[in-house]
Design a protein around this ligand. Structure first.
Ligand code: ADP
Length: 634
């Protein structure tokens, strides 16, 4: 290292990722080359796109290329490109830090699953994967349009150095000093091949990077200049996969392309090859991943697909072509008709964009429909990973609402996992509504006293445990002409099925006065001002009491959610329902009703109702002291 070299520390998260790279066991170390070639190809794309608005960058169409250069004597492997390059500041920030959202979560997950190299694929560490095979990496780079070149140098030990580099044209040389197995690193994974063999490299490039749209040349400094195919013939075919007939492309090729664009290490779950003809012609090659990306719920995460126009890469993360609720779909759209100089702003307003979007959304939904009917097990897995995202479409995509609702799976009190169509098919005679209960975990919901009368009659109830469910269910209101009805609503009518006992218990002796006394007492107990009414219940079987809601049902969870967002919700209007047939209630009803006893019984019933609803007891102090008092009297 020369005297001018300046030492820098990696950002702590980058350091941790590097450590994981160096010490974990990898299922496939070959991918480092794919990552470096992808970065080179991105750098060439960037230069081409920036040259459109800046002629001084001196990009000439057709000159972009990638060279993989071997120097077996020095154990050096260089991936060189004449792309955009990096300035000194960029070099320090791009290769010394990790800006990706989800990094912290990724590191935590990796630490928990030590040795599970497959997790790395979820993250896509790109450049750092060089350290799987190399003990030292240097990056010599010059930003296009500038006069300075900089050399980044690191042995992956927590620091890197920066000093003047030696490139005299724009672009980047990434040089890996390949570890010698057993010598440089005792833990060096046994899968490491001889990456200094021309033959091995050719195989890897053909396998992983054949479709890269710039020529990739392979050079070996130990061979003579005029040696067989040296330099002249690119190793890759550069054929755009999405243009080729599906029958001409192998599954392996499709899967490698998926990994190229996503940095995932695992094959996708499903692929969609689509060609639209007519006035708005385009090709699409789309994939559904076999696991969720870490940034699925980050709004600023890398969502959307890559846009090409007549085989030329235009932009990635193109959100205008795919709605938010399908943000897990990855892939490429190649338009024949959009203008090459299209910008994000133009895309947003372009009617052609909207048409492409409509076309691919329909295609994705059709594919999911087919998967649901033909590959139920895979579909369940898909739903478990992406269902929550897809459900957003019920609210946001009114045109496709029906199709999305048919794709949705739900937990139900009797049938376990069900779809809405299956639910409707299994409805009881006389049942017109689709019953649901919302708010809270599905286990809590399934034990709710509000479901007792439904269970008794053999009526299934959807357990809507996700906050998004309450949003769509209040927006949609019906499916297949059946209204959604909340089991928590004070006015729900239970249609169909036979109860095991008679409803309408108000005529029993003493019950009317029980109701009026409880109602009277509640007025004087703190925390129950919102209770509008007290009634005898026809829905309870095994529980003494429950709170139901009048008007538009909003679960307590949803209320808290809205409150935390600083939004107002309509005032709560609760009704306390009491089960006159319950032994405890019977005992209470027949006991002496002094003022003090009234208060105690009321506190007890209201508290029990809250507990069995899975909610906190609002007057916890009064409840516990009453309970203690009653137990002492025994
Ligand atoms: P990713 O490619 O996923 O962003 P990397 O760690 O592979 O992550 O690279 C980090 C950044 O470094 C890239 O986003 C890019 O800006 C820059 N970079 C890497 N390789 C090159 C290259 N060959 N030419 C120019 N910039 C590069």
């Amino acid at each position: 290292m020369s005297g001018q070299a300046e030492k820098h520390e990696f950002q702590s998260e980058a350091k941790q990722v590097l450590e994981l790279m160096i010490h974990s066991v990898y299922s496939n170390p070959d991918i480092f080359l794919r990552e470096l070639i992808s970065n080179a190809s991105d750098a060439l794309d960037k230069l081409r796109i920036e040259s459109l608005s800046d002629e001084t960058l001196g990009y000439a169409q057709g000159e972009g290329k990638i060279t993989v250069r071997l120097d077996p004597e020095k154990r050096a492997l260089t991936v060189s490109d004449n792309g955009i390059g990096m300035s000194r500041d960029e070099l320090i920030s791009f290769l010394g830090t990790i800006a990706k959202s989800g990094t912290r979560e990724f590191i935590a997950a990796m630490n928990e699953a030590r040795g599970n190299g497959d997790l790395i694929g979820q993250f896509g560490v790109g450049f750092y994967s060089s350290f799987i095979v190399a003990g030292r990496v240097t990056v010599d780079t010059r930003k296009a349009g500038t006069e300075e070149s900089w050399l980044w140098d690191s042995s992956g030990d927590g620091t890197f150095s920066i000093e003047p580099g030696s490139r005299d044209t724009g672009g980047t040389d990434v040089t890996l000093y390949i570890k010698e197995r057993g010598k440089d690193d005792e833990d060096s994974p046994s899968e490491i091949k001889n990456y200094l063999s021309r033959w091995t490299l050719r195989e890897i490039i053909k396998k992983y990077s054949d479709f890269v749209s710039y020529p990739i040349y392979l050079e070996d400094s130990s061979e003579k200049k005029d040696a067989e195919d040296a330099k002249d013939e690119p190793v890759n075919s550069m054929k755009a996969l999405w243009i080729r007939a599906e029958s001409d492309v192998s599954d392996d090729e499709y899967n490698e392309f998926y990994k190229h664009i996503t940095h995932d290490w695992e094959d996708p779950m499903e692929r969609i090859v689509y060609r639209a003809e007519g006035t708005n012609e385009f090709h699409a090659l789309l994939y559904i991943p076999s696991r969720p990306p870490l940034d699925l719920f980050y709004r600023e995460g890398a969502h959307g697909i890559e846009l090409y126009i007549r085989r030329v890469f235009i932009m990635n993360d193109c959100r205008d072509l795919m709605p938010e609720y399908l943000r897990f779909v990855r892939g490429v759209v190649d338009s024949e008709d959009l203008p090459l100089n299209v910008s994000r702003e133009i895309l947003q307003q372009d009617s052609m964009t909207a048409m492409i979007k409509r076309g691919i959304v329909r295609k994705v939904l059709d594919t999911l429909k087919r998967m649901k009917s033909d590959r139920a097990e895979d579909y369940k897995k898909f739903w478990g990973m992406f269902g929550e995202v897809l459900k957003e479409g019920i609210v946001s995509d009114i045109k496709n609402r029906d199709a999305i609702m048919k794709l949705a799976l739900f937990e139900a009190s009797r049938s376990g996992e069900t779809s809405l169509e299956d639910y409707v098919a299994g409805m009881k005679e006389g049942q017109k509504s689709i019953y649901y209960i919302a708010g809270g975990k599905s286990e809590t919901l399934s034990n709710s006293p509000k479901l007792e009368a439904f269970s008794e009659r053999g009526i299934d109830v959807l357990l809507l445990s996700n906050p998004i469910d309450e949003i769509w269910v209040s927006a949609v209101r019906e499916f297949d002409s059946h209204q959604f009805a909340s089991a928590s609503s004070a006015d729900v009518e239970i249609e169909g099925g036979e109860p095991s006992r008679k409803d309408g218990v108000s005529d029993e002796e003493g019950n009317d006065s029980l109701v009026s006394r409880v109602k009277e007492s509640l007025k004087n107990i703190e925390g129950f001002a919102d209770v509008e009414d007290v009634k005898l219940s026809s829905r309870l079987v095994g529980s003494p009491a429950t709170f139901v809601q009048k008007g538009e049902p909003i679960s307590p969870q949803m209320r808290n959610f809205f409150r935390s967002m600083g939004q107002n919700t309509p005032p709560e209007r609760r009704v306390l329902e009491i089960n006159a047939l319950h032994p405890l209630v019977k005992k209470i009803s027949q006991s002496d009703w002094t003022d003090e006893a009234s208060k105690d019984w009321t506190v007890l019933l209201a508290g029990l109702a809250s507990i069995s609803d899975g909610e906190p007891v609002r007057n916890a102090a009064a409840f516990t002291s009453t309970l203690e008092k009653l137990l002492e009297d025994r």
